[in-house]
Design a protein around this ligand. Structure first.
Ligand code: NOJ
Ligand code: CA
Length: 565
C-alpha cells in the first residue's frame, strides 16, 4: 500500500493497521518433542501453515520462565525462555524464521505482577528491609486481618500473609502472582530495560497484560462488600486509578517510542471518554482490546456462575458503540476469541445453529469492522468448546476459583460444573486440532490437557485444501482485507452502522474516497427480507452460493455478504 496516500481522516498510515494478527497459546499449539506440551520448535514447524493462511503478525502468550501457576502469566525470569517451550536460541530462530516469511512476532508483556518465584520476590520476602521489598506492595495487617477487604480476580482476598510476620503482600490475580510496585522508580527502570532487551532482538512489539491494574488506590481502604464472602471487587480500588497516566506515559517514552513497534494493551476499565489518552496518535498504545461485547454474557462482576441474558441487538449496539467511540480518537483491535474466552461460536450462536454458515458469518461480521483483526488459534478451523466431565479435568486457576465461588454461593456441584464449562478459559486452551490421527496431530504423547473429541471432524488437514471449509473462508477474508482492490477501504475506511431497523442483523458500511462497501450479517436462524435502497455493483464475498440480488434481498439463515455499492 502506498505510504503517501491520504485518507478521509488524514489518519496516520501504520504497518500494524494493515496487519492481520494470529494469537498462539504456545502450550496448546504444536508439540515438537513429545512431552505433551506445545513449544517453540512446534511453532516454527507451523509457520508455513500460518503464512498460507495469510496472517503477518503472531502474538504468542507468555513463554518466559515460569512455574506455570497461571500458565505462563506468572513470570519468574523475564530474560529466559521456559525450558518447556525451548531455549533463547529457539526464540531467536523463531523471530528469524518468521521474518523470512514477512511475519512479525509479538510477545506478551506481563508487568503488573511477577511470579512469587521471581528472584526479586524471594529476596523481598527473605528480608523485608531490602530494597526488593519495595518492588512489591507489602502492608501491615489490621488486628490479624488483611489490610483491606479487596477480592482478587481469581477469588479470595488480594492479600497473602507473609509467614511469621503481620505483613501481607498484594496480588490482584493469584497468590503466586504478587503485584509489582510501580511507585518504585528503580523497579520501573528494571522493567523498561527488560522491554528494550526484547525489542532490540527484533520483536514486532507486545501484547500488554492487565496494564490498567498497575496503579492502586493510595488510601488502601476497605469498601462495602459486594458478595457473600464479605469482599469487594478489586477493580474498584486497583483498576484504571487516577495517576496511572504518568506511568503509562513514561513506559511508552522509555521503551515503545524508540521502536517502530505495535502495542496492544489489555486495558479493561478505560471509559470511552478517556480512550484518546490510550489510543490516539500519541496515545500510550497502538490499540487496546475492548471487552464490552466479549463479556456481554457476564454480569458486571464478571462471575461466570451468574451469566447474563443478552440479545443480538444488544451485541450490535455494543459493537457499534465501541466502533464509533474508537473511530473518534484512534485505532482498535478486533477479536472474537482469545485464551481467556470460550470459543466464539458457542458464545454467540445457539447450539442448534452451529454450522459452517454461522461460523463464517461470525468471521465476516468482526473481520470487516474498523481495526486490526486478531484470529485466535483454532478459530480459523471453527474449533468449538470442549466439555469437561469433572472439575479435575480443567487446568486453569480461574476455572477453579469460579467453581469454588459458585459452590459458596450455594450452587450444587453439577450446576457449578455446567456453568464453568460454558465460560472456562480451557475451552480455548485444548490442543490445536491438526488432523484426525491419534492426539489430533498435536503431540505423540499424552497432551497436558484433554483434546476435544470432535477432532476427527474438525481439524486443519481436512480443511486446508477444501475450498468450502471455514479455513478457506478465513483465508479469503484475510486476502480481501490485505491484498485486494478493497484493502484501502477495509483498512482505512470510515465505518457507519446500517440497517439497524432489522432485528438480529449486524450490518455496516465502510467508505473511503466515495467508494463504499456494505457488510451484512444475518444472525437470524430464518430467512429475512431486507430492502437495500442502493444499487449493488458487485458481490465480493458470500458464505452461501446464491444471493437474491433485487431491491429486496432475501437473506438466508446466518448468511453474510460483502457488497460493493
Ligand atoms: C490476563 C491474561 O490474559 C490472563 O490469561 C491472565 O490470567 C491474567 N491477565 C493475569 O496475568
Ligand atoms: Ca514439547
Amino acid at each position: 500500500m502506498e505510504q503517501s496516500k491520504d485518507n478521509f481522516l488524514g489518519e496516520a498510515i501504520k504497518w500494524w493497521k494493515e496487519a492481520v494478527v494470529y494469537q498462539i497459546y504456545p502450550k496448546s499449539f504444536c508439540d515438537s518433542n513429545s512431552d505433551g506440551i506445545g513449544d517453540i520448535k512446534g511453532i516454527i514447524s507451523k509457520l508455513d501453515y500460518l503464512k498460507y493462511l495469510g496472517i503477518n503478525v503472531i502474538w504468542i502468550s507468555p513463554m518466559y520462565k515460569s512455574p506455570m501457576a497461571d500458565n505462563g502469566y506468572d513470570i519468574s525470569d523475564y530474560y529466559q525462555i521456559d525450558e518447556k517451550f525451548g531455549t533463547m536460541e529457539d526464540m531467536d530462530n523463531l523471530i528469524k524464521q518468521a521474518k523470512l516469511r514477512n511475519i512479525k512476532i509479538i510477545m506478551d508483556l506481563v508487568v503488573n505482577h511477577s511470579s512469587d518465584e521471581h528472584i526479586w520476590f524471594k529476596k523481598a520476602i527473605k528480608d523485608l528491609n531490602s530494597k526488593y521489598a519495595d518492588y512489591y506492595i507489602i502492608k501491615d495487617g489490621i488486628n490479624n486481618n488483611p489490610p483491606t477487604n479487596w477480592r482478587s480476580i481469581f477469588g479470595g482476598s488480594v492479600w497473602e500473609k507473609i509467614e511469621n510476620t503481620n505483613k501481607y503482600y498484594l496480588h490482584v490475580f493469584a497468590k503466586k502472582q504478587p503485584d509489582l510496585n510501580w511507585e518504585n522508580a528503580e523497579l520501573r527502570e528494571e522493567i523498561y530495560k527488560m522491554i528494550n532487551f526484547w525489542l532490540d532482538k527484533g520483536l514486532g512489539g507486545f501484547r500488554i497484560d492487565a496494564i490498567t491494574y498497575i496503579k492502586k488506590d493510595s488510601e488502601f481502604k476497605s469498601l462495602p462488600a459486594d458478595g457473600i464472602d464479605g469482599l469487594s471487587n478489586v477493580d474498584k480500588s486497583c483498576l484504571n486509578q487516577s495517576g496511572i497516566e504518568v506511568f503509562l506515559k513514561e513506559l511508552k517514552t522509555k521503551t515503545f517510542d524508540k521502536y517502530d513497534c505495535m502495542t496492544v494493551a489489555e486495558a479493561p476499565g478505560v471509559p470511552y471518554n478517556n480512550l484518546d489518552k490510550f489510543i490516539s496518535d500519541d496515545g500510550f498504545f497502538s490499540m487496546i482490546f475492548d471487552f464490552s461485547y466479549a463479556d456481554l454474557d457476564l454480569n458486571e462482576n464478571g462471575e461466570w456462575y451468574k451469566q447474563a441474558d443478552w440479545t443480538v441487538n444488544q451485541l450490535r449496539e455494543l459493537i457499534f458503540k465501541s466502533q464509533t467511540e474508537v473511530q473518534k480518537v484512534g485505532w482498535g483491535a478486533l477479536y472474537l476469541e482469545n485464551h481467556d474466552q470460550p470459543r466464539s461460536i458457542n458464545k454467540y450462536v445457539p447450539e442448534q445453529d452451529i454450522s459452517y454458515y454461522s461460523k463464517t458469518m461470525l468471521a465476516t461480521m468482526y473481520f470487516m469492522l474498523r481495526g486490526t483483526p486478531f484470529i485466535y488459534q483454532g478459530q480459523e478451523i471453527g474449533m468449538e468448546n470442549c466439555i469437561m466431565d469433572n472439575i479435575n479435568e480443567f487446568d486453569d486457576i480461574s476455572t477453579y476459583g469460579q467453581y469454588e465461588m459458585a459452590l459458596k454461593e450455594g450452587l450444587n456441584q453439577r450446576d457449578a460444573l455446567k456453568l464453568v464449562n460454558k465460560r472456562s478459559r480451557d475451552n480455548a486452551r485444548t490442543p490445536f486440532q491438526w488432523n484426525n490421527d491419534n492426539n489430533c496431530g498435536f503431540t505423540d504423547s499424552k497432551p497436558w490437557i484433554k483434546i476435544n473429541n470432535n477432532y476427527k471432524v474438525i481439524n486443519a488437514k481436512s480443511q486446508i485444501d477444501n475450498p468450502n471449509s471455514v479455513f478457506s473462508f478465513y483465508k479469503e477474508l484475510i486476502s480481501i482485507r490485505k491484498n485486494s482492490i478493497y484493502s484501502d477501504i477495509l483498512i482505512y475506511g470510515y465505518i457507519e452502522p446500517c440497517l439497524t431497523e432489522y432485528d438480529n442483523i449486524i450490518a455496516y458500511k465502510r467508505t473511503l474516497n466515495n467508494k463504499s462497501l456494505l457488510i451484512i450479517n444475518n444472525f437470524n436462524s430464518k430467512n429475512i427480507s431486507i430492502k437495500l435502497e442502493t444499487d449493488i455493483k458487485n458481490i465480493i464475498l458470500n458464505n452461501y452460493t446464491n444471493f437474491r440480488n433485487d431491491t429486496i434481498c432475501d437473506f438466508q439463515p446466518y448468511q453474510s455478504v460483502i457488497i460493493e455499492i
